[in-house]
Design a protein around this ligand. Structure first.
Ligand code: FAD
Length: 468
């Protein structure tokens, strides 16, 4: 162990090899505080050559490598296992901007640059980078790519996989693959970059990426709608897309229990409607043209939707402050739910056309088995992605509530699967869903995944115990 630490110090310097229990502690626990791991060292290289050298040293010593970005992942993917010999490799010092090509609409950055910094760099170049997450101040581009992050604008721009053109990766044997091409067309064989996107660090370490940029959005219109049920929300989405096309950039469903938690726990939160309504939608239209008549378009479409009974009430923001207040209601749901107490969370996706069926069936099945359960459903309904969470009933003790996790997961995930959905829409598998996924992926699909892992990482040292 001492020899390994000395070799790591030789590569990155003693300031960047942490071995003490206290200094390593923040790197050994996940954001939710659910997983606690063990590591021989935390190492923080600043260049791709140093990352490659660290990987080679670890391979020689038979030590596993756990890549870590901003450590905001929600499935324990960046936390080393409790047992086994591993080194946590943090990318936070890889912060160079390699190239900004405004005409090509691309930005090449290293993995440790945060998402918020990328958004700001794009803005400074009169461009726009659309990935947006509540964790954007801390999460890093390497982590966003490795989890194929989603967020609130996938509806229009796609998820992280759709926003990348090229990658640089340190492979599990320590070689560097330079795939930093900024091309929108390149049909020269297998598209290797997509293997590493969403792989959660199990196939290699992403050290840099060429990201796509878009024209800046100069006008936005934001509204909070009350709808009678999720089917009506889906109908409004179709109507808005028909009338406004690609200008629909966000469409978020919020159930009344989710709003109630925000109103109760978040200071300054205010219900935009005069009385309670069963379901809400936060909708945003945006355009690159300053004079685009977004409010008029929104009003016209909503008028028809109201006549059809799809929308019960609507509050359209008339200022930036009002739009921000509406967004805060949506963005604070997770925090409000945390303040309320423990919960069982599901990040699931079904085809948009089956959202209403999913919500009705899941609610019915869960309430039959557990009448007092509190369902807090919200999410990116425009992508068919729901955060289907259960808050602890007031009458239950914490342990009794958590003890029902497997039973509840089976109800929710079996239904998602039956509807042609996914048990992890945007957060990945990590440690959290590694076992669960085996119930739903076919043997053929799992076999293909194992073959890819075996081909790239035969020694199994790249983030072991995650995904597979
Ligand atoms: P980490 O947590 O450090 O790592 C995540 C995984 O990627 C791990 O398996 C790790 O080993 C691997 N990894 C990290 N960096 C690299 C690298 N350079 N090379 C190879 N593997 C690597 N996610 C969404 O998709 N949508 C949301 O709306 C969303 N909202 C969130 C809100 C909050 C408040 C929080 C805390 C999280 C949210 N997340 C969301 C989850 C999380 O922010 C994303 O998964 C994010 O992309 C993780 O980035 P990170 O840098 O923190 O990665």
């Amino acid at each position: 162990m001492e020899a390994l630490q000395a070799a790591l110090v030789e590569i990155v310097g003693s300031d960047h090899v942490l071995c003490g229990e206290q200094e390593m502690a923040p790197y050994l626990t996940d954001w939710r505080g659910r997983y606690h791991g063990h590591a021989l060292a935390v190492v923080r290289p600043a260049t791709v050559e140093a990352v490659a050298a660290v990987v080679r040293i670890c391979v020689q010593a038979g030590v596993a490598v756990v890549p870590q970005g901003g450590n905001t992942g929600l499935c324990g993917g960046a936390t080393p296992l409790e047992t086994g010999r591993s080194v946590v490799l943090c990318l936070g010092r890889m912060r160079q901007v390699r190239a900004l090509d405004a005409d090509n609409n691309t930005l090449c950055v290293e993995a440790g640059v945060t998402l918020a910094e990328v958004q700001m760099m794009a803005q400074a170049a009169d461009r726009f980078f659309p990935l947006a997450l509540a964790s954007e101040g801390s999460c890093q581009i390497g982590g966003n790519l490795s989890t194929n992050a989603g967020g609130v604008q996938v509806l229009r721009y796609g998820n992280m996989r759709d926003l990348v053109l090229g990658l640089e990766v340190v492979l599990p044997d320590g070689r560097i693959w330079d795939g930093l091409r900024g091309l929108r067309k390149d049909n020269t064989g297998y598209d290797l970059k997509h293997l590493f996107v969403g792989a959660e660090g199990t196939l290699g370490i992403i050290t840099a990426a060429v990201l796509k940029l878009f024209p800046p959005l100069r006008r936005r219109a934001t509204a909070w709608l009350a709808v009678p049920d999720p089917a009506a929300a889906v109908a409004v989405l179709s109507r808005l897309r028909g009338g406004c096309g690609d200008r629909v950039s966000a469409f978020e469903l919020v159930g009344r229990p989710a709003l109630e938690l925000v109103l109760e726990h978040i200071e300054g939160a205010r219900d935009p409607m005069s009385g309670p309504q069963p379901w809400y939608v936060l909708v945003e239209l945006s355009d690159t043209h300053e004079q685009a008549p977004l409010e008029a378009l929104l009003e016209q479409t909503l008028e028809v939707a109201m006549e059809q009974g799809e929308v019960l009430d609507a509050a359209i923001a008339t200022s930036l402050a009002q739009a921000e207040a509406l967004w805060a209601l949506r963005e604070n749901i997770s925090e409000a739910q945390r303040l309320e107490g423990i919960s069982i969370k599901h990040d699931v996706a079904v085809p948009v056309s089956r959202i209403a069926e999913f919500l009705a069936c899941a609610g019915e099945r869960l309430r039959r088995a557990w009448p007092e359960v509190r369902i807090v459903a919200f999410g990116h309904i425009g992508d068919g992605n729901l955060h289907y969470n259960l808050s602890k009933p007031e009458s239950s003790a914490n342990e009794a509530f958590i003890a029902r996790t497997a039973e509840v997961n089976a109800v929710v995930h079996d239904l998602v699967h039956a509807l042609g959905g996914s048990i992890s829409a945007e957060h990945g598998l990590g440690q959290l869903k590694r076992e669960e996924i085996r119930r739903y992926k076919s043997e053929v699909e799992l076999d293909l995944m194992r073959s890819i892992k075996q081909a790239l990482d035969p020694a199994g040292l790249m983030n072991p115990g995650k995904v597979l």
